[in-house]
Design a protein. Structure first.
Length: 158
């Protein structure tokens, strides 16, 4: 990725702020930038695109037809970026196989009653539950979670 590509979304955000506020100084206040920085960013964006996006005068600022079209696309792109970031921040839904091994009294009393709700809440997780009082080799059985009571033999398992 070329260095100039890194700031494209930022430049779009600056352009959108200028159009929405109707002035470089108001956009600068919104973005905590100086008006000259906002002006330079918009000028750099116009130079890269090879077209005028804004008609400027000392008192007024208007979008050109190209600026109108670019504004609509920028809003959509920036909204998509915000949505992607929100989704990523929430985390992806858990998925995969979860192998649980527990002793019979705990499984019958506590684990089995909550499994339907767990399956409803996490449909992409495939549960493999073993309810047994037999001691198993957790590594050999590829167990993710084991619930046992009593004194543990010395172990380096976590």
């Amino acid at each position: 990725m070329a260095r100039q590509d890194i700031n494209r979304s930022f430049e779009m955000g600056v352009f959108v702020a200028v159009v929405e506020t109707g002035a470089f100084s108001a956009a600068a206040r919104r973005l905590a930038l100086t008006p000259s920085a906002v002006s330079k960013l918009v000028s750099r964006l116009e130079a890269r695109l090879g077209t005028r996006l804004l008609q400027r005068s000392t008192r007024q600022l208007h979008t050109t037809p190209e600026g109108d079209a670019f504004f609509i696309q920028c809003k959509r792109i920036l909204d998509d970026i915000d949505g992607a970031e929100r989704e990523a921040a929430q985390g992806a839904a858990p998925r995969g196989r979860l192998r649980i091994n527990c002793f019979v009294p705990f499984g019958v009393r506590h684990l089995l009653p909550i499994l339907p709700e767990f399956a409803r809440r996490y449909p992409d997780i495939v549960l493999d539950v073993v309810v047994s009082d037999a001691v198993v080799d957790l590594l050999e059985d590829r167990t993710d979670i084991a619930i046992r009571t009593g004194k543990l033999k010395e172990s380096n398992l976590v």
